[in-house]
Design a protein around this ligand. Structure first.
Ligand SMILES: Cc1cc2nc3c(=O)[nH]c(=O)nc-3n(C[C@H](O)[C@H](O)[C@H](O)COP(=O)(O)O)c2cc1C
Length: 337
C-alpha cells in the first residue's frame, strides 16, 4: 500500500495536512509562521485581533482628533498623519499581508469579539489584506444574571450575521463549550452562512494567590485529556451540520489527532503542544499518523474523517448520557483520601 494521503478539505480550502497551527504566539510573527510551514502545517491561524483593541484604537484616534481640533483651527491638515498611525489593528493587517506573501499554505486570520458594532468593519479589512479565511472567536463569560441564554445566543447570531455580511472569504466560528443547547445553536450559525465550527475555545480560568491575596489570570497549557470534550461534540455535530469542523483543545499526540478526525473533524488544531515542543512536533505527529493509517488500511484522511462519528459507530449512545452510567459502573480505581 502506498503512503497514506494526509490532505483534507477545510472551509472549502484544500490543505496538504489536517494538522493546523491554531492561534498562539507561535503564529504571531513571520519566523514562527515559516517554521510551522516548514514542519508541515496544513494551515495557520493567526492570533486574534480583539474587539477591545479595535475599539481602543478608534477611541484614541477620536481623542487625538478632538484635542487637535480644539487647539488648531487648521486641524483637518493633521489627517494624513493619523492615517499613517501604526496601531494594533494596522499592524495586524500588515501581519496578514506579510504572512500571505511569505507562505504557500492558507493563512486564516482571527477576530475575537462579542458585540455587533463598528469594529466588525475589520473583517472586511482582513479580507482585503489577503487572508484566505477568517475565524471569529465568540469568547464570552456569561456572567450577567439579567441576560438569559436565548438573548445571548441571539446576540451571537447577530454578530455572526454582521461578520458574514462583511466578508466573502470562508468564515469559521470558534465556540466555547458553554452553550445550553449546543446542537441547536450550531445549526443556527450554519443558517447564518458560516463555513465551519472550531470546537472548543479554552477559557482561561483566574486563580487566587493565597500570599498576595490577589486574583491571578492563570494561563496554563492544555493536557491531552481535554480532547474528550471536543471529541464528543464533533462526533455529535458531524451528523447534524454540513460544514467543516475543527478540533482544538488537547490535541498533542498522533493518537489525539487521529481520534479527532475519526470523530468527524476535518482538521486537528494544535497550540499547547507546539508551544511546548516546538513546530517540529508537527512532523513527528504527521509521520506517526501516516504509519497508523497504513497499518489500519486507511488510504486517506478524507476516508478516515467521520468514520467513527455519532451515527457511524455501532453504539451512538456512547457519546451521550448512557455512557455516564456505564463509566461509573466500570470504575475500578480506589478512592483517594
Ligand atoms: C498562549 C496562547 C495564546 C492564545 N491566543 C489565542 C488567540 O489569540 N485567539 C484564539 O482564538 N485562541 C488563542 N489561543 C487558544 C488556542 O488557539 C487553542 O484554541 C487552545 O489553546 C486549545 O488548544 P491546545 O490544547 O492545542 O492548546 C491561545 C492559546 C495559548 C496557549
Amino acid at each position: 500500500m502506498s503512503a497514506a494521503d494526509l490532505s483534507t478539505d477545510y472551509l472549502g480550502l484544500s490543505l496538504r495536512s489536517p494538522l493546523v497551527a491554531s492561534s498562539s504566539p507561535l503564529t504571531g510573527d513571520l519566523e514562527g509562521l515559516r517554521r510551522l510551514e516548514d514542519a508541515g502545517a496544513g494551515a495557520v491561524v493567526l492570533p486574534s485581533l480583539f474587539e477591545e483593541q479595535i475599539e481602543a484604537e478608534s477611541l484614541e484616534v477620536d481623542r487625538m482628533l478632538e484635542t487637535g481640533a480644539e487647539t488648531f483651527a487648521e486641524a483637518p491638515s493633521y489627517f494624513p498623519e493619523f492615517e499613517d498611525y501604526q496601531t494594533g489593528p494596522d499592524r495586524y493587517l500588515e501581519l496578514v499581508t506579510r504572512a500571505k506573501q511569505a507562505l504557500e499554505i492558507p493563512v486564516i486570520a482571527s477576530l475575537n469579539g462579542t458585540t455587533p458594532g463598528g469594529w466588525v468593519e475589520h473583517a472586511r479589512l482582513i479580507e482585503e489584506a489577503g487572508a484566505d479565511a477568517l475565524e471569529l472567536n465568540l469568547y464570552l463569560v456569561a456572567a450577567d444574571p439579567a441576560l438569559d441564554a436565548t438573548t445571548l445566543e441571539q446576540r451571537d447570531r447577530e454578530l455572526v450575521a454582521q461578520v458574514r455580511a462583511a466578508v466573502s472569504i470562508p468564515l469559521a466560528i470558534k465556540l466555547s463549550p458553554y452553550f445550553t443547547a449546543l446542537g441547536h445553536f450550531a445549526r443556527g450559525l450554519v443558517e447564518e452562512g458560516v463555513n465551519g465550527l472550531v470546537l472548543f475555545n479554552r477559557f482561561y480560568q483566574p486563580d487566587i494567590d493565597l500570599e498576595r491575596l490577589t486574583v491571578t489570570p492563570e494561563l496554563t497549557l492544555s493536557r491531552p485529556e481535554e480532547l474528550r470534550l471536543p471529541l464528543r461534540w464533533i462526533a455529535i455535530l458531524r451528523e447534524h451540520v454540513d460544514v467543516s469542523l475543527a478540533a482544538t483543545s488537547g490535541v498533542h499526540r498522533p493518537q489525539d489527532a487521529l481520534k479527532a478526525l475519526l470523530a468527524g473533524a476535518n482538521v486537528a488544531m494544535m497550540a499547547s503542544a507546539l508551544l511546548r515542543q516546538g513546530p517540529g512536533h508537527l512532523r513527528t505527529v504527521a509521520l506517526a499518523m501516516a504509519a497508523w493509517m497504513q497499518e489500519h488500511e486507511y488510504e486517506s484522511v478524507r476516508q478516515l474523517c467521520g468514520s467513527m462519528s455519532h451515527r457511524a459507530v455501532p453504539d451512538p449512545l456512547a457519546f451521550e448520557r448512557a455512557q455516564y452510567w456505564r463509566t461509573l459502573q466500570a470504575y475500578t480505581g480506589h478512592f483517594q483520601v
